[in-house]
Design a protein around this ligand. Structure first.
Ligand SMILES: Cc1cc2nc3c(=O)[nH]c(=O)nc-3n(C[C@H](O)[C@H](O)[C@H](O)COP(=O)(O)O)c2cc1C
Length: 201
């Protein structure tokens, strides 16, 4: 296996890449990337993110159509559908409570359910989306560290993506992520100067 990049090296190397070589990606690599990204933190450890890894060329072609024809979906070795299922998350909250808190499980589960009971539907969905973007950040850096390029996408029709994968109406789809070995350079980074978005006090 090639030498993995450090987190900083991955951040420096990562750019949105929309063209890929035809090198396939094994299920083992896909499982490892998803599992590692799943180590991302989330409030109450709820882990509301869910992932579908789409390798099948026919399904990718349909997904590309649902993504307004964005070619990186079809060109990728695999495109990931990152979605959140807050209904499943709240129904099964006990599954994500740490075993070390077993004796307080019922109390914590109730606290979580009470907290979300006051949320509007929109807030509820946005809460899940926020956690999914943390997952996505972990995912992209981990992919980059192994020499895989990625491209995040919000340009897709969520309804069409739900229909394609038989996902229930209540799920949210924060992003698609295309991935493969890079076959282009991508654009150089263009970011705010430090003073424009941060201060140390
Ligand atoms: C959540 C998200 C959605 C994005 N949606 C699209 C998209 O639909 N199509 C696209 O070509 N790029 C998309 N991008 C890529 C951004 O344009 C890109 O990350 C940004 O311009 C910075 O460039 P870099 O990723 O090369 O550093 C998306 C990026 C993110 C994080």
């Amino acid at each position: 296996m090639e030498q993995e990049l450090t987190v900083k090296q991955s951040a420096l190397a990562r750019k949105s890449i929309r063209k890929y070589t035809d090198e396939p990606i094994s299920d083992e690599v896909i499982r490892d990337l998803i599992t590692t990204a799943g180590l991302a933190p989330s409030p109450w450890n709820l882990q509301p993110w869910r992932v579908i890894a789409v390798k099948d060329p026919e399904t990718k072609a349909k997904l590309m159509a649902a993504a307004y024809g964005q070619p990186q979906v079809g060109a990728s070795a695999v495109t990931f559908v990152i979605y959140t299922d807050m209904t499943d998350t709240i129904e099964n909250v006990e599954n994500t409570i740490h075993p070390g808190m077993k004796e307080r499980e019922a109390e914590v589960a109730q606290q979580v359910r009470d907290h979300f009971a006051n949320y509007s539907e929109a807030d509820f969905h946005w809460w899940g989306r926020a956690q999914a973007y943390t997952f996505m950040g972990f995912f992209m850096l981990q992919a980059q560290s192994q020499g895989y390029a990625t491209s995040g996408m919000l340009g897709f029709d969520p309804q069409k993506v739900k229909e394609l994968f038989g996902l229930p109406d209540h799920v949210q789809i924060p992003a698609l992520v295309a991935m493969g070995r890079p076959a282009e350079e991508g654009f150089p980074h263009h970011r705010h100067d430090f003073e424009d978005f941060a201060k140390i006090i």
